[in-house]
Design a protein around this ligand. Sequence first.
Ligand code: ZN
Length: 132
Amino acid sequence: MDDLYRELILDHYKHPRNRGTLDPHDFSYEDENPLCGDKIRIDVRLDENQRVKEVAFLGKGCAISQASASMLTETIVGKTLDEIKQIGRDDILDMLGGISLGPTRIKCALLSLKVLKAGAYGLAGEHYREDE
Ligand code: ZN
């Protein structure tokens, strides 16, 4: 892994962006990754155009899971729900610097996206199924 990205991940882990909760919110979801013990909750507030206005997350777990959540919250402000639904695993891995992760660590990296998408699909009255 590139040193720059390793530092970026550690920086987000130690100083998470958008940490907290939003009350009221338009949707909120939480899930966990039992393989590692990571937990993430994401609250989202939308503006009148149904774009993400504010987002906050709470979580605990390993550096990859928490840094990925922190980075993800920074990238989704201004996005529509459809745009959120189109974020894929490669986008998350790119965000983390294209690091190569084993199958267990991938689940850590993707937990925040899973939570965010489940919340977005839930708001639309749809059921989100994680593609494996
Ligand atoms: Zn983890």
